[in-house]
Design a protein around this ligand. Structure first.
Ligand code: RET
Length: 242
């Protein structure tokens, strides 16, 4: 069962559920199909996380891994959450910039590999092996962020200025927040040095998750007039069609 860190998991559960409800309420009367796409994607992000947080708070999403005789509490349900929600976040952003399908597939592919290699690292039984997996996962993240900047710049250049500005804001938010995850991981329980105790680590991931999901969704869905302009300047039929 979870220890004292469960308080953060319950706060995470409630925060995600409230975020989900807020997005549902805001999208209730939206009729425009283009805008609905953003709502559908963005509602499933906190919805998935609420379920994952609830499973962690109740001890289902938790396992114990013995590394060199030391027992680590590993919340594997995080990876199930991230495996679903991080691609949705990337798709949200890519659709906003009207990136091509190939861009979306590349981003999602890198992202899925990043989460899965992180999961293997979290479950591995030797410290050195865990750190190698962390290195692989982090390299994938860096490549993903580099590719994100390159491809969004290109795609967003065909958009109106306000869409471009929103894309840049969300992209910057994403870069800063996502870079914090490998840092918390390696300094926390997963990195085996536990410079950050599990209690603090759980709080840190909760704040990051809420900001990267609910904060990100709030900024994205804030302005319907901006979402209305997506694609309106785009004259290149290649984008989002091929
Ligand atoms: C892991 C393992 C260690 C290396 C790296 C990781 C990256 C995780 C990221 C997670 C992002 C999660 C989000 C969640 C919800 O909003 C898996 C910790 C690089 C980037 C944005």
């Amino acid at each position: 069962m979870p220890g004292s860190e469960s308080i953060w998991l319950w706060i995470g559960t409630i925060g995600m559920a409230l975020g989900m409800l807020a997005f549902i309420a805001r999208g209730w009367n939206v009729t425009d199909e283009e805008q609905k796409r953003f709502y559908v994607l963005t509602i499933f992000i906190p919805a998935t996380a609420a379920v994952a947080y609830f499973s962690m708070a109740t001890g289902f999403g938790l396992t114990e891994i013995t590394v060199n005789g030391q027992v680590l509490d590993i919340y594997w349900a995080r990876y199930a959450d991230w495996l679903i929600t991080t691609p949705l976040l990337l798709i949200d952003l890519a659709l906003l910039a009207q990136a091509s399908r190939n861009t979306i597939y590349t981003l999602v592919g890198l992202d899925v590999l990043m989460i899965l290699t992180g999961l293997v690292g979290a479950l591995a039984a030797t410290p050195a092996v865990r750190i190698v997996w962390w290195g692989i996962s982090t390299a994938l993240l860096l490549f993903l962020l580099y590719f994100l900047v390159e491809s969004l710049n290109e795609a967003a250049s065909r958009q109106t200025e306000s869409v471009r500005n929103l894309t840049t804001t969300l992209r910057n938010m994403l870069i800063v927040l996502w870079l914090a995850y490998p840092v918390v991981w390696i300094l926390g329980t997963e990195g085996t040095i536990a410079l950050i105790p599990l209690y603090v680590e759980t709080a840190a991931f909760m704040v990051l998750d809420l900001t990267a999901k609910v904060g990100f969704g709030y900024v994205l869905l804030r302005s319907h007039s901006v979402l209305d302009q997506v694609g309106s300047v785009d004259s290149a039929p290649s984008a989002a069609v091929d």
